[in-house]
Design a protein around this ligand. Sequence first.
Ligand code: ZN
Length: 153
Amino acid sequence: MTGGTGGLGDMDELYEAIILDHYRSPRNTAAVEEPDIDLEVNNPFCGDEFHIQLKVEDDAVSQVGITGRGCAISQASASLLAELVKGKSASEVESAVDAVRRLLKGEEITDAEADILGDIEALGGVRKFPVRIKCALLSWVGLGDALRDHLAK
Ligand code: ZN
C-alpha cells in the first residue's frame, strides 16, 4: 500500500469487501451444458485462467458458467461478470463490457451505466494498481469478443 487514501478510505473498504466476497464465494460456477459460447481466457503475466460458458436463448443470456483460477481480482471480476450477464440481452452485455473497459481506464461512465454495473464499480478501485487492470479486464474482454463473434455468425 502506498498510503494516503485521499479521503476515499471508506469507499475503498467497501470496494475491498465486494471483491473479497466474490473471490471467496464466486457466483455461477456450474458448467453449462451445450453452451453457445465457450471460451478460455488467460493472463500469462499473472497466471489467471478462466473457462467461460454461456447459453444464449432468444437473444438473452439464459445460463452462464465461469470456472478457473487466478488472483483475487481476476476471480472476483469473473464472478461479478457472471452475475451481471445472466438474463441480459447481447446488446446489454456489450454495453456493460464497454462501460467496464472505460471504468478501468479511468474514463467517465454515465449514471445509467453506473446503475447497470452496480457492485462492479468496485473494480474501479483496481485503477490504482495498473498491473491488476489486465486481471480485472480479462474475462470481460474475452467475453465481449466472443459475443461479437457469436452474433456475427
Ligand atoms: Zn491476476
